[in-house]
Design a protein. Structure first.
Length: 135
């Protein structure tokens, strides 16, 4: 599925991956290795950008509609071959999160327009045991 606005492709969806070309940079964000309390996030840029002097990373929240400046933040510094990643920790089991990308350019924080989502794994509980207690 491709969404075009004014002749420009804005959102592309394929195989559970969103590509967004809104905001300052065109990026693809993937989440994987999602556990009960953590998630690995990875951004791939459409093009090669010079991010020298630019702070970048991930922001996330359980409230999609809240002001992005209030979301939790993970600064990254591992850009290599148009890709950077980070591990978000301290998450709550079986909770839906919304994630995006931020940049600080010349002291001004900017947020990627695209918002992705993921849900942490659920911790097993005694209720998961279908067998009766055996005494």
């Amino acid at each position: 599925v491709v969404l075009s606005i004014g002749g420009k492709e804005v959102v592309y969806y394929q195989n559970s991956t969103f590509w967004c070309n809104t905001g300052q940079y065109g990026v693809n964000l993937n989440t994987f290795d999602i556990t009960e309390t953590s998630c690995v996030a990875q951004v791939s840029f459409y093009e090669t950008y010079d991010l020298t002097g630019v702070e970048y990373g991930f922001i996330w929240s359980t409230d999609r509609d809240s002001d992005k400046s209030t979301w939790s933040k993970l600064k990254c510094d591992n850009l290599s071959f148009n890709v950077f990643s980070g591990t978000i920790t301290g998450l709550v089991s079986a909770t839906q999160y919304f994630i995006s990308v931020y940049y600080v350019v010349n002291g001004k924080t900017q947020y990627q327009d695209g918002i992705w989502e993921f849900t942490t794994a659920r911790l097993p509980s005694q209720d998961d045991n279908d067998s009766p207690n055996m005494n």
